[in-house]
Design a protein around this ligand. Structure first.
Ligand code: MG
Length: 400
């Protein structure tokens, strides 16, 4: 075979559902041999697009696509400044596409390349929301009937939104929430759910960094009797020292990672055994190459994976999650949101979920394709979602 080379790098922007998705397509000089990767940073898709087109594309043309590790290492430091969400996502688009090509060259689904299946399907969790605990219960029961055992339970989005907020005069607009009202509502919701549906389903709850550190410690302690599968993001990446306090106070399992972009964020939490589940947004940490290393590091400390898998991960990214979840021994759970038929048309091969488990197809590589003509019919929009402008009752800016 002639020397394999990267012939072209394309950035495909599409929003078949609400979220802006960024997908990288790497074409080679071998006719028909290409790879796809997810570079989705939904709120800043145009900046990732520029990073790929202006910097990574000229860096990659002519290189051997089989040299994934070398391209990842050089791509990471090529800008000198590194470890931020924009450049990590751009590099992830390239990295996943190279792994996709590697699988196609081998004629194998990607999980085969890291040692084969550890399980036939990956258990997934769904997101049940409701205005009050009764509506959450209804939605939990509906998911249970569909075969789901793992359910994330939330009241009013990420909570505290339905509080009667008393603000100063001329308070600025924003997505107001009351952390105290939210904190009091969660034990009430879980008390109700455990009383009504018992301890058979596994429950997850996402704090979404909405509490002060000491309130997060208090909530983790209060939730201990309800035996959560894990409590998600009780603290922000800027408050990592407080995880020691949570750990010393209670045995509520902890999951974090969707906002992580730098290994220095996860290393102390893992090496000190302060968390139970790592749930990075794989494209935000730079793709499959760093995610594999992170999963292996976690395995050494008995920490399981729960990769971030909402609607602002493209089906290509969901497939990357799935291949890691199927092929790594320390898999815990996979987040899943249920894509529409329209998204499946744009991305043939989007992973399937049946009776609570996600299954890979048998195609080589990631197993997902893209219909570029159809993708172009759903352009991205430059609108930031309203929930990202979060405010506390007195109008102070807050983490969303
Ligand atoms: Mg979350």
């Amino acid at each position: 075979m002639k020397q394999l080379q990267i012939r072209d790098v394309k950035t495909i922007l599409t929003a078949p559902e609400r979220s802006n998705l960024v997908v990288v397509k790497i074409e080679t000089n071998e006719p028909g041999l290409f790879g796809l990767g997810c570079a989705t940073f939904t709120q800043r898709h145009a900046v990732v697009h520029t990073a790929i087109e202006e910097y990574l594309k000229p860096f990659l043309i002519g290189k051997d696509p089989q040299r994934i590790e070398d391209i990842w290492q050089t791509g990471m430091v090529h800008s000198y400044w590194r470890n931020g969400p924009v450049l990590n996502n751009a590099l992830s688009g390239v990295d996943m596409a190279l792994w996709d090509i590697k699988g196609k060259l081998a004629g194998m689904p990607l999980y085969q390349l890291w040692g084969g299946k550890c399980r036939e399907g990956a258990a997934v969790y769904r997101h049940a929301d409701g205005r009050d605990e009764h509506e959450v219960e209804e939605n939990v029961r509906a998911y249970m009937e569909q075969g789901y055992k793992y359910i994330r339970c939330q009241m009013g989005g990420y909570g505290g939104r339905h509080a009667k907020v008393q603000s100063p005069e001329n308070a600025l607009p924003g997505a107001y929430f009351d952390p105290d009202v939210y904190a009091r509502s969660v034990p009430r919701m879980l008390e109700h759910l455990r009383n009504k549906v018992g301890f058979e389903p596994e429950f997850i709850h996402d704090v979404h960094e909405r509490l002060s550190p000491i309130e997060a410690v208090r909530l983790a302690k209060q939730l201990e009797p309800y035996r959560l599968f894990f409590l998600e993001d009780p603290l922000a990446p800027e408050q990592l020292d407080w995880f020691r306090m949570i750990r010393s106070q209670c045995a509520t399992p902890i999951g974090i990672g969707e906002l992580f972009v730098n290994p220095r964020e996860w290393m102390p939490l893992i090496s000190e055994g302060l968390i139970d589940f790592i749930r990075c947004h794989i494209s935000a940490i730079g793709g499959i190459t760093p995610a594999k290393k992170l999963a292996h590091l976690c395995e050494a400390y008995s920490i399981r994976t729960a990769w971030h898998g909402p609607g602002d991960v493209s089906p290509v990214g969901h497939a990357a999650n799935l291949h890691l979840s199927i092929g790594m021994s320390n898999f815990g759970i996979q987040e899943w949101y249920g894509p529409t038929d329209r998204l499946r048309e744009v991305f043939p091969g989007t992973p399937e979920v049946r009776n609570g488990f996600m299954y890979p197809n048998d195609l080589p590589g990631l197993g997902v394709d893209i219909n570029e003509e159809l993708a172009a019919k759903y352009p991205c929009k430059n609108e930031n979602p309203a929930w990202t402008l979060a405010r506390l009752p007195d109008g102070t800016s807050a983490r969303p």
